[in-house]
Every structure is written in C-alpha cells, then in structure tokens.
Design a protein around this ligand. Structure first.
Ligand SMILES: C[S@@+](CC[C@H](N)C(=O)[O-])C[C@H]1O[C@@H](n2cnc3c(N)ncnc32)[C@H](O)[C@@H]1O
Length: 346
C-alpha cells in the first residue's frame, strides 16, 4: 500500500494505492504530515498522459516477465513496493511546520528584556495600525481583514487594540494548524498555504503579513507575494526580516550556518530562504506588482530573537554569536502591496 497526497483546488486528497486499486479516502485542507508523494493537479495530469503513452510498453514487459517467471515477478514487485514504502518513511514533509520556539508568543508581541527582540517584533503593531488608519476611514462598514501566517494572532491582536473604533471581518490563516487552533483573535480559521490562498480575487480590504516569507524558498515567496496582491482589494501590509542588500550572500551564508547546524537542533531546519529587500522588489517590479516601501531598518542583535525564543544554552549562544560576528543584524522592510487591478510600474 502506498499513501500519497494530491493537491486539488487547494484541497489535499489522500490517496492509497495498492497493486490494483487507487483509493481516494479523505480530503483535508492541511498539509500532509507523511506521504510517499505530494503532487498537485498539474503533475497528476502530466503523469496521466505519460502513463497512457508508455502503457503498451509496460504491459508488454509485464507480460514477458509474468510468462517467464511468475515468482520472480512477484518478488520484483514486492521489492519495488518495499523501496517506495521506505522512500515514503523517509519522505520529508512538503511543507514542514516550523517550531517557533518556547517564548514565542511573548517575543512576537515584543514583550522582552532584549532591545533587539523589542525592535524586531514590538514596533510592528503601531506601524500596521497607523497605515490602516491612514488608508481607511472609520465607518460602520466592516473591512475584510486577513492575517496571513498569523500563528496564534499575537501581532493581529495588538493591531486591533490600537484600532478600537474600526469594525473588521477577520480571518486568520496559517499552515500551522495547531497555532491556528489557538488563535483567539477570530473564529474564522483557515489552514492554508499563503502560496495558494483560498480567497477570491480582490476580495480582502486589508491583508497583513509579517515574517512569513523567510520560511519559504524564494520561488514560493514569489508565489506568496503574487497571491497577496491577487486577493487584496485595498492594501496589503507586508513586513519582512531578511538579508542585507550589501553583502547579501555573506549574510545569508552565516544565517544558513545557524539554521543547518547540528549543535543547534532547536532551530535546525531546511526550506528557509532569507531574501533581501531588493530581491523581493526586483521580483515585484518584473511581475508588475505595484508596491511602496514604507520603511527599511537595520536591527542589530538578530541572534537575540533566537536565543530568547528557543531558550538556547550558553554554548549555543556563543556559537551563534561567533558565526554571526559583525553580521548579527537583520534588515526589516515594510511594504504596501497594491491590488493586481491597479498594476503599474512602480
Ligand atoms: C515567525 S511566525 C510569524 C507569526 C505572525 N505573523 C507574527 O508576526 O507574529 C511565521 C508564521 O508564518 C507561518 N508560515 C510560514 N510559511 C507559511 C506559508 N507558506 N503559508 C502560511 N503560513 C506560513 C508559520 O507557520 C508561522 O506561524
């Protein structure tokens, strides 16, 4: 039995496949925890046509094998399935759910003894709130607001506290279903990947997204930005913590050394890409996504955020500081991204 998942119109379809049957048995909006394969609908369609075209050859070879030595053929099939199942056991999650650390909720609110942590997280809510206030009049009408990669809603709840006079129709979304289940800001929970948001074009007045991009490879970051621009009707506020525009590769090399380090198991992970502001802006320009840069800030002491959130021990702290050296900072950039309809070159 081989288990896999197919992404079809934003819904994962679980598939079980044995020698003779393929059984579709369940669907969910969650990312697969473990599966032999994860395909999207286009991959399935292309495989289907490939299978049709090579089917006569496979049938011929199988007939030869079966007629010459049935037992051997069974053995070969069993070996093949054994290999696939082993591959399945080892298959990495297509979309890992990253551990955000122990002291995460406090840190995400900027509630910390460390200046760097306060600056990285604590100044966002006033900035997001002031942007919303400057762009949207207070009315009786509810504004549709989505927090993408909301985690447990720490940032969003702080933004809302600063905007008591507004009415919002709020949705929170994240790939992390556990975090979303603990998100009390809104009852509208959507477990979804930002690269494929289950919302209509130009349906959301305000999209908020902070510190989500770097958890995704650059190709995915591009899709996320395109999705945000697609669903936005009013404005998207995107805040990103990433690489420096100067010495980008050197900065990234150091940060990668931390996230791929065996002696730092708490933060070891793959699939991250710390893009720089210019890399993202170049993409938006070439894709005709209209944006404005609101703010760009160099925040010193990036390592403090990891030290606090993951309760690292002294040796680990020393190691991080040694690796980062004079590059222990991040560049925080905030953009307003405009809807696709108003596309113009920025
Ligand atoms: C550092 S946390 C930030 C949480 C919150 N936005 C804040 O700033 O307080 C990053 C969050 O983004 C989520 N995330 C990362 N990649 C995502 C993706 N492709 N789609 C949806 N959520 C994603 C993670 O699961 C995590 O909850």
């Amino acid at each position: 039995m081989i288990r896999g998942r197919i992404l079809f119109s934003n819904v994962w379809i679980d598939v079980r496949h044995d020698y003779f049957t393929t059984l579709v048995f369940r669907h969910s909006r969650e990312w697969p925890k473990r599966a032999a394969f994860c395909y999207d609908e286009w991959q399935v369609i292309s495989m289907f046509f490939t299978c049709i075209s090579i089917a006569p050859l496979v049938a011929f070879v199988n007939t030869l094998a079966i007629s010459s030595n049935t037992r051997q053929n069974d053995h070969n099939l069993a070996t093949l399935y054994g290999i696939v199942i082993k591959h399945m056991e080892e298959a990495p999650n297509k979309k890992p759910v990253f551990d955000m650390g122990i002291a995460t909720s406090e840190a995400f609110r900027g509630d910390s003894a460390f200046d760097a942590v306060k600056e990285i997280y604590g100044n966002s809510a006033p900035l997001f709130a002031s942007i919303i206030r400057s762009k949207f009049p207070v009315t009786e009408k509810e504004y549709a607001l989505i927090d993408v990669g909301s985690y447990k809603g720490e940032l969003l709840s702080d933004i809302l506290k600063l905007l008591p006079e507004y009415h919002f129709n709020i949705t929170v979304s994240d790939t992390n279903s556990d975090a979303i289940a603990h998100n009390t800001v809104s009852g509208k929970h959507v477990v979804a990947d930002a690269e494929s948001l289950p919302f209509d074009d130009a349906s959301i007045d305000i999209v908020a997204m902070r510190y989500v991009l770097q958890f995704n490879l650059f190709e995915v970051q591009k899709k996320i930005i395109s999705e945000i621009s697609r669903v936005t009707k009013g404005i998207a506020i995107v805040q990103h913590g990433g690489a420096d525009d100067i010495d980008t590769d050197l900065w990234r090399e150091k940060v990668d050394k931390i996230f791929r380090n065996d002696t730092l198991p708490q933060i070891k992970r793959n699939g991250m890409f710390w893009s720089s502001a210019s890399e993202i802006e170049d993409f938006m320009r070439t894709s005709n996504i209209k944006f404005e840069k609101v703010l760009s800030k160099k925040i010193s002491g990036m390592s403090q955020a990891f030290i606090e959130r993951y309760s690292l021990n002294n040796e680990q702290v020393e190691l991080i500081k040694k690796i980062m050296g004079d590059k222990d900072y991040l560049i925080q950039t905030t953009w307003l991204i405009h809807p696709k309809e108003t596309i113009r070159n920025s």
